[in-house]
Write a protein that binds this ligand. Structure first.
Ligand SMILES: C[S@@+](CC[C@H](N)C(=O)[O-])C[C@H]1O[C@@H](n2cnc3c(N)ncnc32)[C@H](O)[C@@H]1O
Length: 227
């Protein structure tokens, strides 16, 4: 066997061996969640774009201005938009790199956002602090009780997340069912409160790396009891 052939076989072997390592690095325990997201956000460009989620833009018209908490705010596209709309914004994310880009975007748009680097699994949101809490594309039902406690009476929670239909619908978004919303799941979680909007649908997404068909659940909950 010639030198070139041996070299090609060795390179192919290295490539095959690298795949599980690369997969672990992306999804598994080789890097912490913070390291993974910092790596994703390390470039100059905004991976989810700089325009807010369309559903937020549509819903915000109906919501009184006040203090807003953006959960898993990433590179700040929604937080900065809310600041531009007159909200006093706190943006929380596990990635310092993402939030740094969020502050940069805010400066560029001439607004301010407060940023907090924190792991939401342990983050204390306080009690009756916010008029609005948002959660886009970070799904953890364990947060819901803390979210409703952190809202002022009459405050709003807005969420958009991929549903369990997404793996068969689009080529992006999580595949792990733990990060996908099941049909009617949110109606049950929030049954005690006024659900102002609920939609289980497929839409065309066109921002950043979310481009194409997206199966999403959209929700607006008001912190008012139904009885
Ligand atoms: C899919 S991105 C969505 C970003 C942003 N909401 C948006 O729509 O542009 C998910 C975000 O969740 C953040 N995240 C992941 N695990 C987290 C955790 N345990 N605590 C806080 N943020 C976390 C990531 O850093 C990332 O910014």
């Amino acid at each position: 066997m010639g030198f070139r052939m041996r070299a090609a076989i060795s390179l192919f072997g290295l490539f095959i061996l690298w795949q599980p390592v690369a997969l672990l690095a992306e999804t598994g325990p080789l890097f912490s969640s913070q390291e993974r997201w910092d790596r994703r956000y390390s470039g100059e460009h905004y991976i989810y774009g700089v325009a807010p989620v369309t559903f937020l833009k549509e819903q915000i018209k109906k919501i009184p201005r006040g203090k807003a908490l953006c959960l898993a705010a990433g590179e700040g596209r929604n937080a900065v938009y809310l600041a531009q709309q007159g909200f006093e914004v706190v943006a929380v994310d596990i990635s310092p790199k993402g939030l740094e880009k969020g502050r940069k975007l805010a400066r560029k748009r001439g607004v301010e956002i407060k940023t907090v680097v924190a792991d939401l699994r342990k983050y204390d949101m306080g009690r009756a602090q916010y008029d609005l809490i948002t959660d886009f594309y970070y799904y953890d039902p364990a947060l819901f009780e803390r979210i409703m406690t952190a809202l002022k009476p009459g405050g709003f929670f807005i969420l958009q997340n991929f549903s369990t239909d997404q793996p068969d619908t689009g080529h992006f978004g999580p595949r792990n069912p733990a990060y996908l919303v099941r049909p009617n799941e949110l109606l049950n979680y929030f049954a005690r409160y006024r659900i102002r909007y609920y939609e289980d649908t497929v839409i065309d997404l066109n921002k950043g790396m979310h481009r194409g068909r997206g199966a999403v659940i959209r929700l607006v909950v008001e912190n008012s009891a139904t009885e």
